[in-house]
Ligand binder design. Structure first.
Ligand code: MCA
Ligand code: AMP
Length: 472
């Protein structure tokens, strides 16, 4: 139904403002999608093929998604910031039929790459002869999203149309979002990167499903949102960076309808600061690539700061020894290449507790994950890059608190006997270039020993406490 609903929107209705400031209607997007689909077909792509999309936020990225949607290809969004070493395990696992990218040099020579920007706008706007059929089975996979597993190896999460649609409809009802018939559709300020679930599913597809509008930005900057904007979906770091501006120029923020935060825990100081400056209580929600949105505060009704709200309609949530488990139609069936989950319940690795009103509070993480500016980083993946740096005896990575990004990665190093700290620091800085920016250690500390348990396993919690007790 998803695609059919998208195709049914009034073709004259405004849909997307691209980062260059040009508006495109639903009719424009439909034509662009149909043309891109024909181009993909000429390149040999067939329904069900995996097409990797390695592009930064822009109209070409949207075209790529629309084309895949029309042809029934599975989109594999790749993080545009990733370096070759980070892309390699994903490409190995997914083996995409085609990679859409403007930087083919980043991919192994054997990869089939194509540059969508080579298609001219006039070609793209050529009226379609074969409109998209608009019906794909709801249990068909539409996107394959990779998430940094706790083992350090990214895992593929197949997301179906049904996972998207059930969850997006539930959120639209809960948040009071505009419907396709609304004379004044919502307008989302969309600066989230479109290769994560947050930006791609909630932001872009949540807009297209409802016939709403989005103003796509190349990246986040703490600027005044344009007057058309009514909604913002962001991560806590955005609101922290916006606070000074919200205090000096609150009017453009006061007239917004809804400010949403997710991907990471929102601290009370930021939530209260935004409320004091703008009169808006940020709506906090909690989700995961594997599950879509699990819990959310309501659009209308009490928003409880410090909680992520009650379960979203259609989602069942339970706590088992403090760990959040979830089931329902928006929860995935299992990781790519692994057997389908035996239990209907999926264990999130997050720790929670219910408050007296039935709102969930996230109180910690059972999984070894660092969240930097809303982006998940596996400390094991970071460590693997630095293991074996000459002059080191031991390496340990963990998250430490950061006033801007929430957490950043810290690297603890035990020097081998007689080795020089300066030389090792240089070698570490060199190896760090193999990681995208948010994963790179922001603090490198030299310690006499790393905290380990009786079995020799690194105790990341203890390492974090130790590092946070040291002067910055
Ligand atoms: C930037 N960098 C990244 C990413 N973004 N590396 C990996 N992944 C990324 N997403 C790198 C850049 O290449 C650069 O590296 C360095 O980090 C700093 O980049 P810059 O853009 O200057 O960073 P910033 O301005 O400090 O950006 C921080 C930010 C931004 C504003 C917090 O990252 C952001 O908008 N984050 C939102 C993340 C998000 O959408 N998360 C959703 C995932 P170099 O130094 O080499 O140039 S969680 C999810 O989807 C679930 C379902 C959920 O619940 O939402
Ligand atoms: P991802 O794997 O990128 O989908 O990220 C999902 C993870 O982000 C969750 O398992 C949580 O650890 C974290 N997360 C998402 N939303 C929130 C939130 N509102 N508060 C705290 N953590 C969150």
């Amino acid at each position: 139904m998803f695609l059919r609903r998208f195709l049914a929107h009034d073709p004259h209705r405004r849909a997307l403002c691209d980062p260059k400031g040009v508006w495109h209607t639903y009719g424009d997007l439909r034509r662009r999608g149909e043309h891109t689909a024909r181009w993909l077909a000429q390149l040999g792509v067939q329904r069900g093929d995996i097409v990797a999309i390695h592009l930064e936020n822009g109209l070409d990225l949207v075209d790529a998604h629309l084309g895949c949607m029309a042809i029934g290809a599975v989109r594999l969004p790749l993080n545009a910031h990733y370096r070759e070493a980070e892309l390699a395990p994903i490409l190995d696992d997914a083996a995409p039929a085609l990679v859409l990218t403007t930087s083919p040099g980043r991919f192994p020579a054997a990869s089939h790459t194509a540059d969508l920007s080579k298609l001219t706008t006039s070609e793209l706007m050529h009226p379609g002869e074969e409109p998209a059929r608009g019906v794909w089975p709801e249990d068909e996979v539409t996107a394959l999203m990779y998430t940094s597993g706790t083992t350090g190896r990214p895992k593929g999460v197949p997301q179906t149309w049904a996972m998207w649609e059930t969850n997006l409809d539930a959120l639209a009802a809960l948040w009071g979002l505009s419907s396709p018939a609304s004379p004044e559709p919502d307008c989302l300020w969309l600066a989230l990167p479109l290769f994560h679930t947050h930006g791609l599913v909630l932001g872009l597809h949540g807009t297209l499903l409802r016939g709403a509008r989005a103003m796509l930005q190349a990246r986040f900057e703490p600027v005044v949102p344009p007057p058309e904007v009514t909604h913002i979906y962001g991560v806590p770091t955005w609101y922290r960076r916006w606070l000074p501006l919200m205090h000096t120029d609150p009017a453009p923020f006061r007239r917004l309808k809804l400010l949403v935060s997710g991907s990471d825990g929102l601290d009370a100081a930021t939530s209260d600061g935004v409320f004091a400056a703008t009169g808006h209580r940020i709506l906090e929600r909690y989700g995961m690539t594997e599950t879509m949105m699990i819990c959310s505060n309501p659009g209308v009704g009490e928003r409880r700061a410090g909680t992520v709200g009650p379960p979203v309609a259609g989602v069942a949530v339970r706590l088992v020894d403090g760990e959040i488990e979830v089931s329902g139609p928006s929860v995935f069936a299992g990781y790519r290449g692994a057997a389908p989950r035996a239990s209907e319940w999926f264990a999130t690795g997050d720790a929670g507790e219910w408050d007296y009103a039935g709102y969930l509070r996230i109180v910690g993480r059972k999984k070894e994950l660092v969240i930097v500016g809303g982006v998940n980083v596996s400390p094991a993946e970071v460590e693997a890059i630095f293991v074996g740096v000459p002059g080191t005896a031991e390496i340990g990575a963990c998250g430490v608190a950061d006033a801007d990004l929430g957490e950043v990665v810290a690297l603890a190093v035990v020097l081998a006997a007689g080795e020089d700290e300066g030389a090792v620091r240089g070698a570490i800085a060199g190896r760090a270039q193999a990681l995208s920016g948010l994963k790179r250690p922001r603090r490198v500390l030299f310690l006499p020993a790393l905290p380990r348990n009786a079995l020799g396993k690194l105790q990341r919690g203890a390492l974090r406490a130790l590092i946070e007790s040291l002067p910055p």
